[in-house]
Design a protein around this ligand. Sequence first.
Ligand code: ZN
Length: 166
Amino acid sequence: MRRAQPAPGEKRSAVQAKGACVCGAVSFEIDVPAVWAWHDHSQRSRHAHGAAYATYVGSWKSRFRMLEGEAHVARYEDAEAGTVRSFCARCGTPLFYERAPSPKIVNIPRANFTTRTGREPRYHMHVSEQADWTWAGEKLSPLKGYPGVMWVPPGRGRKPPPDDVI
Ligand SMILES: [Zn+2]
């Protein structure tokens, strides 16, 4: 997957999207356009990212190239889930997500890219696992006395499930 150079005779598109981790030790590129882009609401991705959900850009591995920092990439194989997640061992940024059902695809967090990828994230996967605390676009109001803080006033958000009612 991590070839620094295209194989001899390999077609390379004229446009690449570049990405990197937070500390900059690891950088990579994919040929544009990517295969697709999607929001992952699964519990595992939510946990691995420490975020409400993860938004990925899927690229053919053959259209992916490491540019720098391969030595900083750490891999975690989750045999039960059939996945491999890679991250920067220096700064912790999630980098690559590989799934057994799609062995030719590498999923890369959209947030890692500094340029456009040629795909809008129009697809939502594992919506049934979506966290009930995910902000779903409810109308926000300024919080009085706290400049810059917005909030969802009571009664405007989604109703919590019965377990959360105190
Ligand atoms: Zn890093």
